[in-house]
Design a binder for this molecule. Sequence first.
Ligand code: SAM
Length: 311
Amino acid sequence: MSSQQSQQDELSYLYQRRTRTVKPEHQLYQAYDIEEDIERTNVHYEKHPDFFYSFTAGRWHVYSCNMWSAGIAEDDDTAAQEAKLDKMAEMMGLQAGMRILDVGCGWGGPLTYLCQQYQVSGVGLTLSPIQKSAADQRIAEHGVDATVLVCHWKKYQPSEPFDAIYTDEVIVHFHDLVDFFKKAHSMLRPGGMMVNKEVHFNRKSELQNLKRGDAFVNQIYGFTGNYHTLYEELEMVDRAGFYLYQHFQLSRDDYPKTLSRWIDNMYANRERMIEVSDKKTWQDFRKYLRLARMMFFQPGSTVDIIAAKRA
Ligand SMILES: C[S@@+](CC[C@H](N)C(=O)[O-])C[C@H]1O[C@@H](n2cnc3c(N)ncnc32)[C@H](O)[C@@H]1O
């Protein structure tokens, strides 16, 4: 058997097997206090930025599903990132002079792009001091009007309301999502828009007892997973006082294609990634990205963008 075949078999086994050995504390929906939440989330992100830049690639180093289906050339990471961000900007109704909040801003790529492209100003929140330094550097290089804070969303107190608030594959880490939506509602001006892009499982039963493959992905994120179905999320948006304004589902090919690009980039930049981390971390990330790609080949999940308006 080739080593590629045996790796594939191991992944299929992990993916398929719904096992009694996933411990209760490794399942989804763990409630942590703020300090533990920060510590666990940072297990994933407190690495040299080059580790992530090496595989997310493109100009903006977006660490979430990109929109290849918008007619983007095979290898144009930047264009696929910008197509997705343009879609989110359209759903936020961005216009020059607006003030926006990016909750979970990564290394500041999306916020910098939106500020530059749409002449808006913005604030980004992250939990990672390393991400903040990288974002500060990017913001200075592009000369945009943006500020990044190391701050948990629960502790953030803005000095003035925002025209739009957005998240991109971040709310999956939030245990108390209704509270987050309520807080977003309170931070928007009347008529302001909240836009969330997220992965949704399509069957509640899939979420209640994780397969080992899903549990491995949860582990890579410090066991901070709080996945929901789309209907649960929409119900919470409603409970927080928002009016559902728009729903857009990304193509089913967009995440497999994004993940395939990241895996190819991991191989192409293996040496640098190991230099700034270690071999085990590189291998664990390869495994998690391959498991995630497998997840998107199943019928059980979608990637959706929801726009909800404060009346
Ligand atoms: C998967 S990354 C997504 C980054 C970015 N949205 C993108 O698409 O490239 C998740 C980000 O959410 C941030 N994050 C997670 N939990 C958070 C919280 N409770 N408050 C603020 N930021 C949080 C992490 O620090 C990280 O920057």
